[in-house]
Design a binder for this molecule. Sequence first.
Ligand code: ARG
Ligand code: GLU
Length: 704
Amino acid sequence: MWLPTVLKSIEGDMQSAGLKLSAEDIYSVNRGSIKDAIVLFGGGCTAEVISGDGLILTNHHCGFSAITDHSTLEHDYLKHGYWAADRQAELHNAGLTATFVVRMEDVTDRILPLLAVGLSESDRRDAIGKLATVLTDEAVAGTHYGAVVRPFNYGNSYYLIVTETFRDVRLVGAPPSSIGKFGGDTDNWIWPRHNADFSIFRIYAGTDNKPAEVADGNVPYKPRHVLPISMDGVKEGDFAMIFGFPGNTQRYLTSYAVDYVINTSDPMRIEMRTASLNVIDAAMRSSDKTRLQYADKQAGISNAWKKWQGELRGLKELRTLDNKRVYEQEYQVAATKAGKTEYTNVLPELEKLYAEYAPYAQARDLFVEMAYNGPQVFRYADSFKALAEGHKKLGTEGKLKEAVDERSKASEGYFKDYDVEVDKRIFKALLPIYRKHVPVELAPAFLKEIDNKFKGNGDAWVDDLYARSVFVDRSKLNQLLAKPKNAKKLAVDPLYKVSRDLFDNFLVKVRPQHAALGDRIEPAMRTYVKGMMELLPEKTYWPDANSTLRLSYGKVEGSEPRDAVEYTAQTTLAGAIAKYIPGDAEFDLPQRLIDLYNAKDYGEYGVNGTMPVCFTSSLHTTGGNSGSPVLNGKGELIGLNFDRSWESTMSDIQFDPKKCRNISVDIRYVLFLVDKYAGAKHLIQEMNLVHDNSPTTIQLPIHR
Ligand code: ARG
Ligand code: GLU
């Protein structure tokens, strides 16, 4: 995950691997380069520019909420897909942004030397904040750009990142979910894969080509670079690279931290989610209504649940914990030889800190699972806090009725996707697991109440709470809210009290210590990582992913994830047809696609009567790389990244070149769907499709 600013130093290696471009072609601040086609899409995905009129490509799951927002029962774009017939039909999305990186600059020397020695971690943060403001103000003065200063390697270095953010991003096209999300959760994180996880948007700008607020008078943005699209496809062994915004990796964790992940956090969170998914999945199978109510929640819970299982297995198979311990011995020897006490002391210090930290981390993880991924009633009751605790003040200010009415109105949306029986069952399923794991001294008081008043019978306690609470029944709640003065009753509601207990327990007993220990671990990790680079300089170092622009390169290739298991690199439409189950929630396919398959009507996008669908490559990716372009050696688009295989998910902590593969939709499948399936030829005409014999296409008109 190379920083684009250091590509010059690996240019030779990349060219030997098959890159036909220079580092400057990929990242330049002086002229248009590939980085000008790479977009941070919304908060956490990547997209890329594929036409001179600002068309961008990202994943279906990245455009999911935009597509959902525009969907109604009459116009169900989630189900049937959407294709804007012309520019007028492209749909506005309030709040959706597209951000380009204008430039990145190492500003470590303008920060670290100016810090006083011996600062506490929080004073250091404040001091850096002030220095950063000076740098960002200077960087954006007289422009419409934004800027941030971000830490790398636990604060051993700092980069200034200058960005340009467009705020008018419109939905142009999306396939039906049966194509975009074909295989659903069953196929999620799985190779072989057969979905086309893509959607298409367009960036609009003011008539000066600069970012503008959403307005009908805006015009398609003229980009500085457009990715050419390769029509030649991929084959095993081809050079490939990916450029995007990976979110978070943790490759420098100590054995003490990895121990926590392997032996506590992952198993515990998987256990919690297995229990809630058992309830949710059964409920979703039993009725269409619950299926629709819980689809979103289920997807959120199951995505990480499945990823952690792969991660756990991968870390065990790679013996990551043992490897870390061996490495730490090596480090200790080198530190002792160098005679540097800051380095010899740091691992024992981290070991001690982690021992102290673990119970707080555990309590925090459990809180997150319970309050944010467990029964919804915790957070729902918590959303009444201002009213329940502040009703007196609101009353004197004459604002009580307004506040009560707001809650009463909001209850409609909440209860639309709420099933009290499912919620109660989730609560009952999670409670014993929560009790088993929560450190006694950090446990909320309600656990004692279960022992004292219900002889330890959690189910009976939950039944009693739900029977008496207004937060699980819309009509009871609205009956109460019908009289504003009843707001005082909210605070004594049994589930309100339990929810407060859970939140307050976290805020008082867990969070402060968790943060304080974090503030001691952070500087120790800073020293540890600095020591690695100094003591063992022959190893390769790159900073962990942190949602900044990165490039990773490798090959189109299959893998050998387990003994006797070999994956080849490419899937085809025949594989999707083989998985097809008519009417199934996950494996149904539109008849039109089946007809095209039967007729082998693939246009110029097929190869010898087959339609390529997905491929794997050995590119190091993580969450946030969704929607990232996979490019060939000439910088042409060959695929759209959207996932990793299950055997790869430990790569956030340890990347294994033999096992780890990212999964992309073959760009030819995307083109086939846009052209032959959707008939949106006008979009294809905007794109720059190139064949092998076309010249290297990096020089494109610079529009500004
Ligand atoms: N696993 C991919 C990611 O981490 C895709 C998730 C969306 N797809 C799904 N079937 N839930 O985001
Ligand atoms: N699907 C992931 C995302 O939303 C990317 C896959 C991964 O984690 O590798 O960012």
